[in-house]
Design a protein around this ligand. Structure first.
Ligand code: URA
Length: 196
């Protein structure tokens, strides 16, 4: 889509000079960018996403495949993106580069671009994965523990369904069933809406 290409160029021109010499790679959204039924929004790309320049292709991508299977959807039928479009990293004490949560500053810098991206893609509904996109779209005090598995209204007026972040589901086994129930409830609510 021409507008989305222009958006990506604008984003690159804005962000690349912010980290001179760091060779930061921007990972843009992917999938059906023309009024998809759902737009999934994650936190930020990880190592695999940055290597492949595609969101949700690492460990969290397996979880996305499961989501699509339950929903009866394909990756091409929905649009997938992240709030922050660079991989936030830090060095461990042994000097290894590892992922970290995006900072408030990074989220604030990328948020206007996410809002523009949503406007261009014009999804029917948003699905947030974890606290970062949930707070970005619903305000600072929203928490996934309280809002998961239900429909809400995002700051731009779109319907928003909150899911746990795939990484939280990987690390906190007790969330596996909760996540499963939430995805099934989402599927059932969409089925009911399309039958109306
Ligand atoms: N991969 C992504 O693209 N986003 C996330 O939030 C996590 C993994």
């Amino acid at each position: 889509m021409a507008d989305l290409k222009a958006f990506e160029r604008e984003c690159t021109e804005f962000f690349c000079p912010l980290w001179p010499g760091e060779d930061k790679i921007l990972v843009f959204g992917d999938g059906n960018s023309t009024q998809p039924p759902l737009m999934l929004i994650g936190e930020a790309p990880g190592e695999q996403e940055t290597l492949k320049r595609r969101p949700f292709v690492g460990k969290a991508g397996k979880n996305l495949d499961h989501f699509l299977e339950v929903m009866g959807m394909t990756r091409d039928s929905i649009y997938v993106s992240n709030v922050v479009k660079i991989r936030p990293t830090e060095r461990s004490s042994s000097g290894r580069v590892r992922n970290r949560a995006p900072s408030r500053e990074e989220i604030a810098l990328f948020l206007p671009f996410l809002m523009k991206e949503i406007e261009l893609v014009a999804p029917r509904a948003l699905v947030t994965l974890g606290n970062v996109p949930l707070r970005a779209l619903m305000g600072g005090r929203a928490t996934i523990g309280e809002l998961h598995g239900k429909w809400h209204t995002a700051s731009n007026g779109l319907p928003l369904y909150a899911l746990y972040h795939p990484a939280a589901v990987i690390y906190r086994r007790e969330l596996t069933q909760v996540y499963e129930d939430d995805v099934r409830a989402l599927r059932d609510s969409l089925t009911i809406q399309t039958q109306k």
